[in-house]
Design a protein around this ligand. Structure first.
Ligand code: DGL
Length: 276
């Protein structure tokens, strides 16, 4: 085989989000694809993405993808629902490498999981307002009724690390009360920050509601994509560090947060100026 193609297999996967939320996807990739190296970028200077316009999210996503390309990644995971909703299809035609987002995989699982055809989606204002989950769910289950609810306060609460705080519980109860009368049996955690609130959401919604975390299916989809492009790391070469983390602000805070949720200890998160 061509040497450069062979070497490409050992290149890392680029993963990005507006902040710490995408770590829930990185964590799943680490579990399911333990031989794959990861370069993660968290746009901590510009979080949240959820309240920004489509144009802005496309511009941010392009900048980050260029940065990840400059690091020699072999594939990109858009580990952010808002960026997946607004930027993925816009940017895909410009890409020379495989790219995958989190919306399609999550929608597919939810469409298959529901028994009564009533699915809730919680996400940022951008994701819920884009109706992308409804569109994707209807590709698999045209009869499904999809109810969206934007939960914008969840992102700053998670970024602050208030995962079990009484304030967060109150906020969650208030947001989720909008599903009380709706009889949904499946709820998509349509923002990569929300799986960090999973047990709280589960307690509020009750046993009868399946919670869908698109991270698991995204990692599965990434595996298939790497196989299709003959890019699976067969583990023969491990010269470089397995996982590297970059952020646009507050590197120390990010590192501490990452260490509280990842299965491995990270030594540092490097600060970069993504606009330059
Ligand atoms: N974690 C992101 C998402 O999945 C974005 C949260 C935000 O920056 O508003 O949508």
């Amino acid at each position: 085989m061509d040497q450069s193609v062979e070497n490409k297999k050992y290149a890392p996967i680029g993963v990005f989000d507006s902040g710490v939320g995408g770590l829930t996807v990185a964590r799943e990739i680490m579990r399911q694809l333990p031989r794959e190296r990861i370069i993660y970028f968290g746009d901590t200077a510009r979080v949240p993405y959820g309240s920004k316009s489509r144009e802005t999210i496309i511009r941010y996503s392009r900048q980050i993808i260029h940065f990840l390309e400059s690091k020699g990644v072999k594939a990109i995971v858009v580990a952010c629902n808002t960026a997946s909703a607004f930027a993925l299809e816009e940017i895909r035609p410009e890409m020379k490498m495989p790219i995958i987002g989190v919306v399609k995989p999550g929608a597919r699982v939810a469409a298959g999981l529901t028994r009564n055809g009533r699915i809730g989606v919680i996400g940022t204002e951008g994701t819920v307002g884009s109706h992308i989950y409804t569109e994707m769910i209807h590709r698999h289950n045209p009869q499904a009724e999809v109810l969206g609810k934007a939960c914008p306060l969840f992102v700053p609460l998670v970024e602050e690390g208030w995962l079990k705080d009484p304030v967060t519980i109150e906020v969650a109860k208030r947001y989720l009360s909008s599903f009380q009368e709706s009889d949904i049996d499946t709820l998509i955690l349509g923002c990569t920050h929300y799986p960090l609130l999973r047990s709280m959401i589960h307690e509020i919604m009750g046993e009868q509601v399946n919670l869908v975390n698109p991270a698991y299916e995204t990692a599965q989809g990434l595996k298939r994509l790497l196989e299709q492009h003959d890019l699976v790391n067969d583990g023969q070469e491990a010269r470089e560090p397995m996982y590297q983390f970059y952020v646009s602000d507050a590197a120390e805070k990010f590192k501490n947060f990452a260490n509280s949720i990842l299965p491995c200890e990270i030594e540092k998160a490097r600060l970069i100026h993504i606009e330059e």
